[in-house]
Design a protein around this ligand. Structure first.
Ligand code: B1M
Length: 228
């Protein structure tokens, strides 16, 4: 899209607009150049995510829903998004702070969406959490084994499909049955979720985005530690 364009000649707002367009068309190389250009201009990784990459993916989501885009195009857009996130990864995960807690996170069984979950992982790491990322399509047995092995402060679950959301309840029920539920906080997130659903399944927090996961994670873990 932006091949003939000299990024240096356009305004920061225009770079953000171009980024949304290039994400839509899955232009991973262009996205990398634009992220690098914005960083060089002093834009923060968080702004690049929230003003460029995430809204760009929202546009893809709307056209996917409306049948304008299909899986192959969305996959291309997802690859471009991931390419941009890889440039930001070292900046988002670097932390001079001491470790403040541990989180196990995964996308639940039946679901392969991982962009949001990866973003949460990076930002939690950057905030000082040790993160054990179990990846996508994670079964209850894998979640349980990881909780036993790593004894995290937080178990994070992601679901992007209305059909996979209910699996979060299955994981929580199994944690309860095994007597593991009380020793950890359960955070849930993903586009189709809401506060009411999180409360209904007995999660400790609903995180509409990665920034909320960080903020609530820091607060709740420190409260728990102070009470212990
Ligand atoms: Co899919 N997909 N997809 N998809 N896809 C959605 C989710 C959909 C809403 C699109 C639409 O119709 N508008 C729709 C779901 C409809 C529904 O269930 N109601 C849908 C569908 C239907 C499908 C398939 C079934 C399509 C098909 O095959 N016919 C299929 C399902 C595959 C499966 O999982 N079994 C499918 C496949 C795919 C791709 C593989 C092509 C690709 C995923 C690539 C990848 O992730 N590696 C894809 C994509 C990219 C999307 C959309 C367009 C974008 C998702 C995304 O990455 N958003 C999505 C539309 C949408 O969500 N608007 C869509 C950007 C990301 C930063 O946001 O993930 O919401 P998000 O994460 C946020 C917050 O939600 C929160 O923080 C994140 C960062 O701020 N958060 C957490 C997320 N997880 C958290 C965990 C936490 C805390 C916060 O833990 C503590």
């Amino acid at each position: 899209m932006s091949e003939e364009l000299d990024l240096k000649q356009i305004s920061t707002e225009e770079v953000y607009e171009l980024m949304k367009e290039d994400l839509y068309y899955g232009e991973a190389n262009e996205i990398v150049k634009e992220v690098e250009e914005l960083l060089a201009r002093g834009e923060t990784p968080y702004d690049i995510l929230t003003k460029g990459l995430v809204p760009g993916m929202d546009i893809v989501g709307v056209d996917f829903r409306d049948g304008v885009l299909f899986v192959p195009e969305v996959l291309m857009a997802a690859r471009a998004m991931k390419a941009g996130m890889e440039v930001l990864r070292p900046l988002l995960t670097q932390t001079g702070a001491p470790r403040i807690g541990r989180m196990v996170i995964g996308t639940v069984k039946g679901d392969i969406h991982d962009i949001g979950k990866n973003l949460v992982s990076m930002m939690m790491e950057g905030a000082g959490f040790e993160v054990i990322d179990l990846g996508i399509n994670v079964s209850v047995d894998t979640f349980m084994a990881a909780v036993k092995e790593h004894t995290p402060d937080i178990l994070g679950m992601s679901a992007l499909l209305t059909t996979t959301m209910p699996y979060m309840r299955v994981v929580i029920e199994n944690l309860e049955k095994a007597g593991l539920r009380d020793r950890l906080l359960v955070f849930v997130g993903g586009a189709p979720l809401n506060q009411a659903f999180a409360e209904e399944i007995g999660a400790d927090a609903y995180c509409p985005d990665a920034a909320v996961a960080v903020e609530v994670g820091k607060k709740m873990v420190s409260m728990r530690r102070n009470m212990a």
